[in-house]
Design a protein. Structure first.
Length: 554
């Protein structure tokens, strides 16, 4: 919240380049400006420069009580009476509008409709969902978009499996997971029966040629799986503004390929059409196969052009795993070469894999963990803890709380890691109520609610003559919220909000341990209650931004 104020003050005395540090000791102030960066071009002693700058800076009408130099640093000391009032009054009005007037489409999740969601899908889904919420709070007009893979070889295998082992049998579990069992069985059986792969290729040919019987089966299977997937989305609290289906855009992009040929951006090669991207440091991409069919590259070219035209977009973000990094570099460069002015506003948010402790998941082998089943296991673990803490409430309420804790635990574990890093899951670790977990942060919010409910009527007090170190630290952490939010939006990094929520929860715990609230004297009590309420509000907003619900009891 105060970074701009320090910059503005330094700029008033001619300092334009500003990098700040948090001093290692309280005696050195709250914010420090190192002068090493100025010393080299000026060929002067940095301590001399720091002393000179500090002598020019005035604290009158600022948020600082003192500014002084110490060695090569200019140290800024906050006026805590001013700063606490400002933080606590403004924190509920958090508004960042640098995205105002800009329309962005965020495409995420992108499951295929051959089977249900696994926890790898959960990372794609929650990264996209969180990013959308963050961008929206920053003023963007966000279009939340899902692009279903409902065509191709995976679907043809599912159709074969359904015809052989599923049609006419009773569905005895959630329908998308039932279809997943059939999909896995196809791959198991094909290890000893090579004819199955050929049957799948034949079904795909019929599908592309719009064979009535195969189209009917395809729709039946797709609808079964889609219904199950949407039930899982509801469980995660996820919804979409636009749903796109690969089958509807199968031949999209052929005209663009023709334009690329005419402009020399693409060329014919052994019956196929490929891009000419090697001089840009990229391998060539196949746009049209030698058999005349399109590729993902072709369809994504067409889809991008159509989306920008139909929705009047300013930018488009693709939340897709790191394996597709080359694909998107090729896609973006091709669109730039085709002179689409908006191509520079295409972004790929790449993310790493979610693995089992024993290695990489694969949905075809059945080693991937079904998202619903993983959530059920987490919920059962959470229920045990909820029952210990709340033995008197009814079973449905306990189950509802356990569900929120389980979902929150999964989402937090998915988002706290920087996107491009891989994740190895251990459900016993992520459901813990202590440590860097979702339940710990949820509990911090619940603790705030408990304190506020116990106190009865009280009057907000926004400043205090003297503050403890814990009160100062809590205020400092609260003051950084808008800064974290802005960085998270601009850098497409939801983990920054996630980690901030954990930091705020731990700072609250330290405050609560050392600063009695309900037993404090009236003015101190009201000030501390105001701090607690502000913390509750920021925790609620932060958790909502990463898609986590906050139960009233835990």
């Amino acid at each position: 919240m105060f970074e701009q104020e320090v910059k503005k003050l330094l700029k008033s005395v001619g300092v334009k380049e500003t990098i700040f540090e948090i001093p290692p000791q309280k005696d050195f102030g709250d914010v420090a400006f190192p002068c090493f960066q100025l010393a080299k071009p000026q060929k002067r002693n940095p301590a001399e420069i720091a002393n000179e700058i500090a002598g020019k800076l005035k604290v009158k009408d600022t948020i600082f009580s003192k500014i002084e130099s110490k060695g090569p640093y200019v140290n800024f000391f906050f006026d805590w009476k001013k700063i606490s009032e400002r933080i606590l009054k403004q924190i509920v009005k958090t508004k960042i509008d640098f995205g105002k007037g800009k329309k962005v489409m965020v495409e995420y999740s992108q499951p295929n409709t051959a089977h249900g969601l696994h926890i790898g899908h959960a990372r794609a889904t929650m990264l996209g969902e969180s990013l959308c919420r963050i961008l929206k709070l920053c003023g963007y007009n966000v279009i939340k978009t899902n692009y279903y893979g409902d065509f191709g070889v995976q679907m043809s295998k599912s159709i074969v499996a359904y015809m052989k082992w599923g049609k006419g049998t009773k569905i005895d579990k959630k329908q998308d997971l039932w279809m997943w069992d059939l999909y896995v069985k196809f791959h198991d059986e094909s290890k000893t029966n090579q004819n199955l792969e050929e049957e799948a290729r034949e079904v795909l040919r019929k599908l592309e040629n719009k064979d009535n019987e195969i189209i009917k089966l395809w729709k039946e299977i797709r609808n079964l799986v889609l219904e199950g997937i949407k039930q899982t989305y509801k469980r995660l609290g996820v919804s979409f503004d636009v749903e796109l289906f690969e089958s509807e855009y199968f031949n999209l992009g052929r005209d663009i390929v023709e334009a690329a040929l005419n402009k020399g951006i693409a060329q014919k090669s052994e019956g196929a059409i490929i891009t000419n991207l090697e001089k840009y440091g990229l391998s060539n991409a196949v746009l049209i196969k030698s058999d005349g069919t399109t590729t993902y590259q072709t369809r994504d070219l067409g889809l991008a052009v159509k989306n920008f035209k139909d929705y009047k977009l300013d930018s488009r973000i693709y939340v897709v795993d790191v394996r597709q990094s080359l694909h998107f570099k090729q896609l973006f460069r091709t669109l730039e070469l085709l002179v689409y002015s908006w191509a520079k506003n295409l972004h790929h948010l790449a993310f790493g894999f979610v693995n089992l402790p024993e290695g990489l998941m694969a949905s075809r082998s059945g080693r991937a963990v079904a998202l619903d089943e993983f959530l059920d296991e987490l919920r059962d673990l959470a229920y045990i803890e909820v029952e210990k803490r709340n033995p008197d409430i009814d079973k449905n309420s306990k189950m509802n709380i356990a569900e929120k804790i389980a979902t929150g635990a999964l989402i937090f574990a998915l988002l706290k890691i920087e996107p491009d890093q891989n994740i190895v899951f251990n459900k016993e670790d992520i459901i813990q109520f202590e440590g860097d977990t979702g339940p710990y942060v949820q509990y911090a919010h619940t603790r705030c609610l408990g304190i506020l409910k116990k106190t009865g009527k009280w009057k907000p007090k926004y400043s205090a003559d003297e503050l403890s170190e814990q009160e100062k630290e809590l205020l400092k952490t609260l003051s950084r919220f808008t800064e974290v939010l802005e960085h998270s939006a601009k850098e497409m990094r939801p983990h920054l909000v996630c980690n901030y929520a954990y930091e705020l929860a731990t700072t609250l715990a330290s405050f609560y341990e050392k600063c009695p609230v309900l037993k404090a004297e009236k003015d101190v009590k009201n000030f501390r209650l105001t701090l607690v309420d502000a913390t509750r509000n920021v925790l609620r907003i932060s958790l909502n931004l990463i898609g986590i619900e906050v139960p009233e009891k835990m």
